[in-house]
Structures are given as C-alpha cells and as structure tokens.
Design a protein around this ligand. Structure first.
Ligand code: AMP
Length: 184
C-alpha cells in the first residue's frame, strides 16, 4: 500500500504510522525524523533546519521535496510506504504528484486523523520534544491551519481520503485505521 498520513501536529501520526508500517510491512518515512536526525548529526541540512524546526515554522519546499525525491528514487519505497509529515504545503503535494507518476508509483491513499485542538496541545506538552513548548505549539497549529490544511482539499479532489477520529487510545485509533484500510 502507498499511504500518506495527514493531520495536525500531535495527532499521533508518528505512532500510528510506525504501527501501520510494521503491520503491512511497508517503509515508514517521517520527514520530521529525517530533519531531527540531521540536526543531531550537525549535517549541512541539520544546520539549515535547526532554527526553523525549533520555531515551529516549515523548512523550505525545495529542501523537503529533495528529501522525498531521494527516498522515492533509491528503491526502498517501491513495495509500499507511509509518508508521515509530508506533504505539508500545496507545493509539496503538487511536487509529490509529479514524482510519483514519473517514478511509476500507484496512486496514494490518505489517512486523515482528526483530533480536537485542546487534546492536541495536551499531547504535545506531554511529549517533551524540543519544539513542544507552549509558544511553538501555538505557532505550529497556526502553520498547520494556514499552510497544511489546504493539502487535504487537494487530496479530497483526487484520491481516496480516510477520515479517522483520532481521540481515544493508541490501540483504538490503530484498529480504526486498519479496519478502514481493509474495507477498500
Ligand atoms: P514533525 O515531526 O512531523 O512534527 O515535524 C517537525 C518539524 O519538522 C516541523 O514542525 C517542521 O519544522 C519540520 N518539517 C517536517 N516535515 C516537513 C515538511 N514536509 N515541510 C516543511 N517542514 C517540515
């Protein structure tokens, strides 16, 4: 299966995509993780991305599309993938459409997780990540509403979108996702 997992920061995309990837035997790619690793390793990418991540803004489309292009081209995604945290802008979504079709991938399905904003803030404050301070969280939610929400409409027009209620335990949400995926 070729999946995108979509939803606001704190919705549980990382946790759920790891579970789904394990269950379906597909490759999990989190762009946030790629960036955090680059920051930790102090690579050129990491140096460029550090302040942006810590402020809760978005790394440039050019850099992000480059990361996805490399991953799609090197063959590790050809038997299935779940992309976690990408695309986050309409430009990234358009670039992904082109890349997938040029590289001969089948159409993607989108898992769209919905969680109430109060619950999102609570979850993020509990994670203890460096970009999970109260101010950064507010900023990331704003960035999500302004830049990432429109990506959902892009997929509603052209792909299968599964809307998942993301309140509940990790297992409950995972069951909902797997049931939805089986039904298609
Ligand atoms: P995440 O782990 O998905 O919450 O991502 C952490 C941070 O990495 C985000 O707040 C952004 O600063 C950056 N990031 C991750 N994915 C992307 C993307 N597709 N486009 C731009 N920035 C991203």
């Amino acid at each position: 299966m070729y999946l995108l997992i979509f939803g606001p920061p704190g919705a549980g995309k990382g946790t759920q995509s790891l579970l789904i990837a394990g269950r379906l035997g597909i490759k999990h790619l989190s762009t946030g993780e790629v960036l955090r690793k680059a920051v930790e390793d102090e690579t050129e990418l990491g140096k460029k991305a550090k302040e942006i991540i810590e402020s809760g803004s978005l790394v440039s489309d050019e850099i992000m599309v480059g990361i996805i292009y490399d991953a799609l081209k090197n063959g590790e995604m050809k038997n299935g993938f779940i992309l976690d945290g990408f695309p986050r802008t309409l430009k990234q979504a358009a670039a992904l459409d082109v890349l997938l079709s040029e590289l001969g991938f089948p159409p993607v399905k989108v898992i769209n997780i919905h969680v109430d904003e109060d619950e999102l803030v609570k979850r993020m404050l509990g994670r203890g990540r460096k970009d999970d301070t109260e101010d950064t969280i507010k900023h990331r939610l704003k960035v999500y509403r302004e830049q990432t929400m429109p990506v959902n409409s892009h997929y509603l027009k052209k792909s299968i979108v599964f809307n998942i209620e993301g309140n509940g335990t990790i297992e409950e949400i995972n069951d909902r996702i797997l049931k939805m995926l089986k039904s298609c």
